[in-house]
Ligand binder design. Structure first.
Ligand SMILES: [Zn+2]
Length: 206
């Protein structure tokens, strides 16, 4: 895998791009969309748990297997979107918000498998399930595969991983900072408020 830091950064960046979509009504909690994107960015690596319990790496449910497939993301993204809508407490335009969040989380999840497919080690990713259950890499593999333990990062390999990932981490960080700056410059600081208060203020002005 790429390191969790890079996966988290890309998931967070996707969340930041979506968090101020008009379909997602202003609420203080909406900042959490970026954090949910971050969680989605690292979520596929949940499959290291079955591996620790004895599921072989190369098996269907092994690391980088079914839980890294875009097919699985088609089910996980709506679930995450539904949980977010419940958390935000949206009462109106829930379907549109769900759809927006589904796209957001699907892209955040996909960023994970794309980054993994760019690494130079381990097994490939089950990118094309159910068409095939084989593991695939991209032909360009510039990212040094990350050690699976914290100790591994203290080795020479760890330094190599950090160096190779910095070329990918930096653009995502830059994207987040630029996007937020552009929004602030174009629309000013947004006074987030809870949905109920928004409804109250709207009814007072009509
Ligand atoms: Zn992974």
């Amino acid at each position: 895998m790429s390191s969790l830091f890079t996966h988290a950064m890309y998931g967070f960046a996707v969340g930041v791009l979506f968090e101020r979509f008009p379909d997602l009504r202003p609420t203080k909690k909406i900042g959490g969309v970026a954090l949910c994107g971050l969680v989605a960015g690292i979520a596929p690596d949940i499959d290291v748990i079955p591996m620790l319990l004895g599921v072989p790496y190369g098996s269907f449910f092994g690391h980088r297997g079914f839980f890294h497939s875009p097919f699985f993301f088609l089910f996980l993204a709506p679930l995450l979107a539904y949980l977010t809508v419940l958390w935000i407490g949206l009462k109106e335009r829930r379907a549109r918000a769900m759809l927006t969040l589904m796209v957001c989380y699907f892209l955040a999840l996909m960023s994970h498998s794309i980054l993994d497919a760019l690494t130079d080690g381990g097994k490939g990713i089950m990118l094309y399930f159910p068409s095939d259950s084989l593991r695939h890499f991209f032909s360009w593999q510039p990212i040094a595969v990350s050690p699976m333990s914290a100790q591994g990062f203290l080795s020479e390999r760890g330094v190599e991983v950090i160096k190779s990932e910095s070329y990918f981490f930096a653009p995502a960080l830059l994207l987040v900072l630029t996007w937020r700056m552009v929004f602030r410059w174009k629309f000013g600081a947004i006074e987030w408020s809870e949905p109920d208060k928004v409804e109250e203020s709207q009814s007072q002005t009509t």
